[in-house]
Design a protein around this ligand. Structure first.
Ligand code: ADP
Ligand code: ASP
Ligand code: MG
Length: 441
């Protein structure tokens, strides 16, 4: 029998009503044997995610302050799900163990991981599925990087013995067996790992939108959904902030060639978005998607004839390396070079980076500009179409957006532009209008 792996995000498991929808989805197809669960998310927009409740509760515990009220509020979230589902399960023992561990400062990652741990115990009970704690199977190495090879060698044989299982998302363990989490949104990565471990035919990622939209629905109202997207396109969009799927969730399934299907728990009949390695399906528009992020700075370097100076670029990058910084983009002209970096990484290092560039490169002019946003326009169709950059610029000029930088990847899969942060939303809407709305007229 083909095996499907399904992952439910926080909003899909936020309360008993959502649990019922998720269970209906799982039980509708016997192939849906392995389920990865997030911690309860928001039930309404002002609500607090259980993961955030755990972080703040643990902060009190770590400071030696009284955390019992904060902990009771977390217990209440789980107990109300259990009661509303009519289960006879009790988590009292788990609560008391966790509380004890908090008091003994078991660590921030341990604390955060308990949301998925407890929620998965409830879901396993409700579905009548086995429960598998990823602590023993999803492994990180000494440096804290996820270790795919070690994980697959432990997880594949374990899951091969089971007809079904619920597996908490978001965490695994270090070589010394302490709990370690992925970064926020990391249950998507667990889903991808489990799909790879059982060689699933598909990884279904159930969330609160009917797939990946061409752009962020919080910026453009009711954007069109993307039917099919390649891993490479998606990775560009996810990296640039399209929040639907964690950017690192692509690797494990991509390696195994398993497609991902993003689906809506609240509208299970919708087809959602398919993420695949290759597709012959042409996208209905020249572009596949738009995504962007604020919080970038540009270091501008001018020097006559820099183009002719051997090793100039390397010296600039050495200055960053010396300060332990990565760069995002590095567009250059004949006498100018701009290096785009994350502002967060630059804070506190401005002087030392500039001094280092001056001493290595002796520029004529050197300055930093902050408050930039980057927008990626991504699409496998752009390669085949002429004039995409021209249309992009005219859309932005029309919207009176000043473009600070443009960089086209050599694969012609994406064009990245930098604009001022205050122009971010306007620019995104203008690009959407030009390539999607106008294209339909
Ligand atoms: P989950 O809790 O299920 O993991 P997330 O909140 O992590 O869900 O991701 C889904 C959210 O991603 C949507 O509710 C939406 O607000 C946001 N989002 C950002 N960009 C996009 C996009 N291009 N298409 C769809 N949703 C997007
Ligand atoms: N619960 C974790 C978070 O809020 C992980 C996840 O939902 O994917 O980030
Ligand atoms: Mg998520």
């Amino acid at each position: 029998m083909d095996t499907k792996v399904v992952k439910f995000g926080g909003s899909s498991l936020a309360d008993a009503a959502q649990f019922r929808k998720a269970a209906d989805i799982v039980l509708a197809e016997p192939e849906r044997r392995f389920v990865v669960a997030s911690a309860p998310g928001k039930r309404f927009s002002a609500d607090i995610k259980v993961t955030d409740m755990l972080y703040s509760c643990y902060e009190l515990a770590a400071k030696g302050e009284d955390f019992s009220a904060a902990f009771a509020a977390i217990e209440e979230r789980f107990n109300s799900i259990i009661a509303d589902l009519g289960l006879s399960l009790s988590l009292e023992k788990e609560f008391s163990d966790i509380k004890n561990a908090f008091a003994h400062r078991a660590g921030r990652d341990y604390a955060a991981s308990r949301g998925e741990y407890l929620n998965s115990i409830i879901l396993a009970d409700f579905l009548g599925y086995n429960f598998v704690d990823p602590a023993g199977y999803i492994r990180f190495d000494e440096s804290g990087s996820f270790d795919l090879a070690a994980t697959l060698s432990l997880l594949s044989p374990k899951l091969a013995q089971l007809q079904n299982a619920v597996i908490p998302g978001f965490y695994g363990s270090m070589p010394n067996d302490t709990i370690k989490t992925f970064s926020r949104g990391g249950s998507d990565i667990t889903g991808s790992i489990v799909a790879s471990a059982v060689n699933a035919v598909i990884y279904e990622n159930w969330t609160d939108v009917s797939g990946f939209m061409i752009c962020d629905p919080r910026i453009v109202e009711n954007p069109k959904p993307i039917r099919t997207i390649t891993y490479r396109e998606l990775r560009e969009l996810a990296y640039m902030g399209a929040g639907v799927l964690h950017e690192d969730a692509i690797f494990p399934v991509r390696k195994a060639g398993i497609p991902i299907n993003i689906r809506n728990t609240n509208q299970p009949e919708d087809r959602g978005t398919f993420i695949v390695s290759e597709t012959a399906e042409t996208s209905p528009y020249i572009i596949t998607g738009i995504a962007g992020k604020k919080g970038f700075s540009v270091i501008q370097i001018e020097k006559d004839m820099m183009n002719a100076e051997v090793g100039f670029g390397r010296n600039v990058l050495r200055a960053l390396e010396k300060n332990n910084m990565c760069f995002e983009h590095m567009p250059s002209g004949i006498d100018t070079m701009s290096v785009i970096v994350s502002s967060e990484a630059l804070i506190g290092k401005e002087k030392s980076v500039l001094d280092e560039i001056v001493s290595r490169c002796h520029p004529d002019k050197l300055e930093i500009e902050n408050n930039l946003a980057l927008i990626a326009v991504v699409g496998r169709g752009m390669k085949k179409t002429r004039g995409t950059a021209g249309r992009l610029f005219s859309a932005l000029a029309h919207a009176r957006v000043n473009v600070k930088m443009i960089d086209q990847g050599s694969s012609e899969l994406n064009i990245i532009i930098a604009v001022e942060e205050e122009d971010f939303e306007t620019a995104t809407k203008a690009i959407y209008d030009m390539f999607v709305l106008t294209a339909e007229k």
